[in-house]
Ligand binder design. Structure first.
Ligand SMILES: C[S@@+](CC[C@H](N)C(=O)[O-])C[C@H]1O[C@@H](n2cnc3c(N)ncnc32)[C@H](O)[C@@H]1O
Length: 339
């Protein structure tokens, strides 16, 4: 690492053993950001909570449960594609690549890629995730992959990319799975891809998993599962604000609301206020007033057409290498490079 001193100012380094280290921004910075972002998101007329705040410990556990509800096709579909692309993807990896993952979560899908990277001279993995789940997932991976070393960055995607940018000269395969990119608005998504591109060195590869436009009923069912796990996941962000920002949300006064907006090609997820109410969020210094039926926006999940994916990646400057689909054409994985 060539700029250790600079990074140490922003991050605290935790060395677990010779195979696992992780970096985390100083606690005060994290708390301040959460309180400020909640204040600016809820202190305006069109109220919102950024989806990155879903992922406290409970939120990450609930997301794992969502992945296995029958209606939530993205996870099992993307896994089915990852299983098929292994040999083709490995043909692009003729060097000693490090695997970098944005939003690594439980790193379950990662295993399908690590499985065919084990022939690399050294197997190095850089998970980047805002959630502490990263430490548990990393320890599990180390038990199963003997030649693996892990450097985890518990931060936003953008923070992790900055960290990676000046790290060293090794080639990177950056993966961004689960259609998490769909959470960005089109403008922010474009800027984000530019950031990924700027982080990459010539020869680096980027593999992105994106959900495709499909029948509205299938989409809406996926975000309104019959067991109510997605509803719990959505409502959990209010519990998190209660716990960490000293607020008094009564969860009984809210319901989960998810609809597909066909024009903008996105699932829109909200928390709906069931009554007129007023909530104090002490650490954000905010008294939030909500009317009955008022919506707090919590997540977009954009869906794409293949041509849109290719045009977007091409506009940013990437070179398209390959796109893989499942049999039903529900989900896509696209590999691009920086030339
Ligand atoms: C939808 S889950 C996907 C997890 C996994 N990649 C998969 O495909 O199943 C999103 C993951 O990204 C993390 N995440 C969400 N927003 C983030 C952000 N802005 N910066 C860093 N990590 C983020 C979450 O903690 C979570 O683990």
């Amino acid at each position: 690492m060539n700029n250790t001193l600079q990074k140490n100012k922003e991050y605290k380094k935790f060395v677990v053993d010779s195979r696992l280290q992780y970096f985390k921004p100083h606690a005060t910075k994290i708390e301040k950001t959460f309180a400020e972002e909640i204040s600016s998101g809820l202190g305006t007329n069109s109220k919102s909570i950024h989806p990155k705040f879903f992922y406290d410990k409970k939120g990450s556990e609930l997301f794992e449960k969502i992945c296995s509800v029958p209606e939530y096709y993205p996870t099992r579909t993307e896994i089915s594609i990852l299983k098929k692309l292994q040999s083709e993807l490995s043909s692009y990896l003729d060097e000693d690549f490090r695997l970098v993952e944005l939003g690594s979560g439980s790193s379950t899908k990662t295993r399908l890629i690590l499985d065919f990277l084990t022939s690399q001279k050294t197997l190095e993995y850089f998970p980047i995730d805002i959630s502490e789940i990263l430490t548990e997932s990393s320890e599990e991976l180390l038990n199963d992959y003997q030649n693996l070393t892990i450097t985890g960055i518990i931060d936003t995607y953008e923070g992790g990319l900055e960290f990676l940018k000046t790290y060293d000269d090794k080639s990177n395969l950056i993966i961004f799975l689960g259609s998490s990119f769909g959470n960005f608005s089109p403008i922010d998504g474009y800027k984000f891809l530019e950031k990924v591109y700027a982080t990459m060195k010539p020869g680096d590869l980027f593999l992105i998993g994106l959900d495709l436009v499909k029948d509205k009923t299938i989409l809406e069912s996926a975000y309104n599962d019959s067991e109510g796990v997605t509803a719990k996941f959505n409502l959990n962000v209010l519990s998190r604000i209660n716990d960490e920002l000293d607020a008094d949300f009564n969860l009984q006064n809210f319901s989960h609301h998810a609809i597909y907006n066909e024009k903008d090609q996105r699932i829109e997820m909200y928390l709906k206020s069931l009554v007129d109410q007023s909530i104090i969020i002490s650490k954000s210094d905010l008294e939030l007033k909500l009317q009955k039926d008022e919506l707090i926006h919590t997540e977009y999940s954009h869906k794409y057409r293949l041509s849109q994916i290719h045009d977007l990646l091409d506009d940013v400057g990437f070179e398209l290498k390959h796109t893989w689909l499942d049999d039903k054409k529900y989900f896509s994985l696209t590999l691009v490079s920086k030339t």
